[in-house]
Write a protein that binds this ligand. Structure first.
Ligand code: NAP
Length: 327
């Protein structure tokens, strides 16, 4: 049985990836931080086959102990401070976890793996936020980076550290440059879920308005379930590499709102949405569009869920969850 270790197991992607790995017959270990972290229970309930193991990306000795204990064939490094707005408020913490955390995990693999360190395959969760103020459209693996947030800058560090460990030590280290991906498991702080949850609550009479920053921001949004499949496919390749994962389609927050309110059967969405300066960032990333040609040609990967299907899926899930909570 192959063995996989996933950091960030209780995050959106960790939960989908755990399901995929267990279904593929992996002995799956999820790293969880803190003492008796309550989010571990979500993973246990959803997926009892996953074994949870304590560790923290801020603590190298814990990572060495985890890698030694698990003896993984594949490591998926999904753990991070992943919310751009928070990274502006806590930049040092973001640099430490989202940036240096990658270096610590690679060091743990190098130290434990010894001369056979390319035996352990490593996946780094890189991000389209590295492109930031975009230099070309659409963005490919060759597009220069110009991050616009402490999160983006930390991800650039993690990306190049991954490339560096591949080139310096022969590690099987791959960087997946994933564009935004969402699901009913997305955290409530992220705009897509804030909208789907807000719309559900308005429909049920539990809330009056959704308050957002700019509505013109445009993103290439896909479904998280499709994107974790791309992560797994990348690590099945004999040679480690970098891959852009995206739909190639761009939609604005305005379009997201139109679709979400329509999915709940609410007309005239404008009267339920207000804008607040507090949600504007010191530097915005206006538009991102990915070109996943390399992933399609080499890995045979393509997204299955369309943007409108994704928005409908999220609104329906929030309607069910909020109605259940209100009962
Ligand atoms: P998420 O839901 O925010 O999950 C982040 C995970 O990181 C959580 O499990 C969190 O654990 C963990 N974590 C935070 N600090 C940690 C630490 N010090 N040590 C160990 N784990 C720690 O994020 P996601 O959407 O699943 O994304 C997964 C990864 O892909 C992240 O690295 C993200 O930056 C990257 N990414 C995401 C997207 C996207 O659109 N979703 C796009 C590109 C890249 P706690 O529950 O304990 O906080």
């Amino acid at each position: 049985m192959p063995r996989a270790l996933v950091t960030g197991i209780d995050g959106q992607d960790g939960r989908y990836l755990a399901e995929l790995l267990v279904a593929k017959g992996y002995e799956t270990f999820g790293m969880i931080r803190g003492q008796n972290n309550p989010r571990g229970q979500i993973v246990r309930d959803e997926n009892p086959a996953v074994e949870l193991i304590e560790g923290d990306l801020q603590d190298l000795s814990s990572l060495i102990a985890v890698v030694e204990q698990v003896q993984p064939d594949e490591v998926y490094n999904l753990g991070a401070v992943s919310f751009v707005a928070l990274s502006f408020r806590q930049p040092e913490l973001t640099a430490d976890i989202t940036g240096l955390g990658v270096l610590r995990m690679l060091e743990a693999i190098r130290v434990v793996g010894g001369t056979q360190n390319n035996r352990i395959r490593f996946y780094q969760a890189s991000s389209s936020e590295m492109f930031g103020k975009v230099r070309q459209t659409p963005q490919t693996e060759e597009t220069p980076f110009h991050p616009r947030s402490p999160y983006g800058a930390a991800k650039v560090f993690g990306h190049y550290t991954t490339v560096n460990y591949r080139e310096s030590y022969g590690l099987h280290a791959t960087s997946g440059i994933l564009f935004n991906h969402e699901s009913p498991r997305r955290g409530l702080e992220f705009v897509t879920r804030k909208v789907s949850n807000g719309v559900a609550r308005i429909k049920l009479g539990l809330q009056e308005k959704v308050t957002l920053g700019t509505l013109e921001t445009a993103r290439d949004w896909g479904f998280a379930g499709d994107y974790v499949e791309a992560m797994w496919l990348m690590l099945q390749e004999d040679e480690p590499d970098d891959y852009v994962i995206a739909t190639g389609e761009t939609h604005t927050i305005r379009e997201l709102l139109e679709l979400a309110f329509a999915a709940a059967g609410i007309d005239g969405w404008e009267k339920y949405v207000e804008s607040d300066q507090r949600f504007m960032r010191p530097a915005e990333v206006d538009i991102l569009t990915g070109d996943a040609t390399k992933a399609r040609e080499r890995l045979g990967w393509k997204p299955r869920v369309s943007f409108s299907e994704l928005v409908t899926m999220m609104v329906e899930a929030d309607l069910e969850e909020e109605a259940h909570r209100a009962r």
